[in-house]
Write a protein that binds this ligand. Structure first.
Ligand code: SF4
Ligand code: MG
Length: 325
């Protein structure tokens, strides 16, 4: 049988392109060069799967993925490798999956050496420079992963990603495990690197407050589908989707002021067996007649602002009773 990630991949159509948004079935998501797209949802919603698809770590079984306007399925071997290097993922603790007996110089320097980005004799200097770039002492390259704090390990993970000269970084809960003050430092580093290197970010988090200050655009996912996406300003000024409203009520600053607010009610349903119609309907406080029957399409409600909720069609439907003069 298919595991959850594979199943989600089947219902996703991902679309990454430099300039344009092309509609595809399922998830329609475009990331423009140089922007930060904040992708938010609860665990199991498919946001990590989407990130892995974009980074070529999972095969796309359905839908279309465009890289610089080109269908990834039609890339030559060398173009596919180029894309794999150009899109790097940084996980919650990227060092945890690496050989603990290797020194930082080898962990960071291996991929660029293997791919011919640096000669063997220059790896040491190359890694020293990368460590400086991420705010670490270059002498740390002689040390082992266990000798570092969580924040330092994350910086080493960033250096490792940068080592292959990526154009895009997928941050998958990259700061979620860090203390708030360390979180802010690492986010600042991401934004400095964006300026310096012209990087594009897909910033995946379950926490809207983390993406709020850094995103140019925001996309909200629920059970494998994007339910709302908008430029960040418009998104936070006028959120549309009832699920978004529920996520916004969860923000710590708001929660402190309005403790009486209940969290999003109900369990997250299984993505393998999503509810009929609008997948959010069992948890939605605004559910009405069509919600359990028909799935709402992701439709524009304002410039660059799309939402998938029947309330929007209901609000804009012509009044049929009474007639007009
Ligand atoms: Fe709620 Fe219905 Fe909108 Fe879904 S379509 S979010 S159930 S109001
Ligand atoms: Mg995840």
């Amino acid at each position: 049988g298919l595991d959850a990630a594979e199943k989600l991949a089947r219902v996703l159509g991902a679309n990454i392109s430099e300039e344009t948004v092309h509609a595809v079935e399922g998830v329609d998501i475009a990331i423009r060069q140089g922007e930060v797209l904040g992708l938010v949802g609860e665990s199991g919603c498919g946001k990590s799967t989407l990130g892995r698809l974009l980074a070529g770590l999972l095969p796309l079984t359905e839908g279309t993925l465009l890289w610089q306007g080109k269908d990834v399925a039609s890339l030559s071997r060398s173009e596919a490798l180029e894309m794999r290097l150009a899109v790097q993922v940084i996980f919650q603790d990227p060092m945890s999956s690496l050989n603990p007996r290797k020194r930082v110089v080898d962990l960071v320097g291996e991929a660029p050496r293997v791919h011919g980005l640096v000669r063997a004799g220059e790896v040491d200097d190359y890694v020293a420079e990368l460590l400086e770039k991420v705010g670490l002492d270059p002498s740390y390259r002689k040390r082992y992963p266990h000798q570092f704090s969580g924040g330092q390990r994350q910086r080493i993970g960033i250096a490792r990603a940068l080592a292959v000269k990526p154009r895009m970084i997928v941050c998958d809960e990259s700061v979620s495990a860090l203390d708030v003050s360390i979180q802010a430092q690492v986010i600042n580093l991401f934004m400095d690197l964006r300026e310096e290197l012209g990087l594009t970010y897909l910033f995946i988090s379950h926490d809207l407050s983390v993406v709020k200050h850094i995103s140019d655009r925001v996309a909200i996912m629920y059970l494998g589908r994007v339910v709302e996406t908008a430029p960040a300003d418009a998104f936070f000024a006028a959120p549309n989707h009832p699920y978004t409203a529920a996520l916004l009520r969860e923000l710590p600053s708001v929660k402190e002021r309005r403790r009486a607010f209940t969290p999003i009610r109900g369990e997250i349903p299984s993505p393998l067996n999503p509810p009929s119609g609008c997948a959010f309907h069992p948890r939605c406080p605004r559910i009405f007649t069509p919600c359990a029957q028909a799935r709402p399409a992701l439709e524009p409600i304002a410039d660059g602002h799309l939402s998938a909720c029947h309330l929007n069609a209901a609000a804009s439907a012509p009044v049929t009773a009474g007639g007009s003069a």
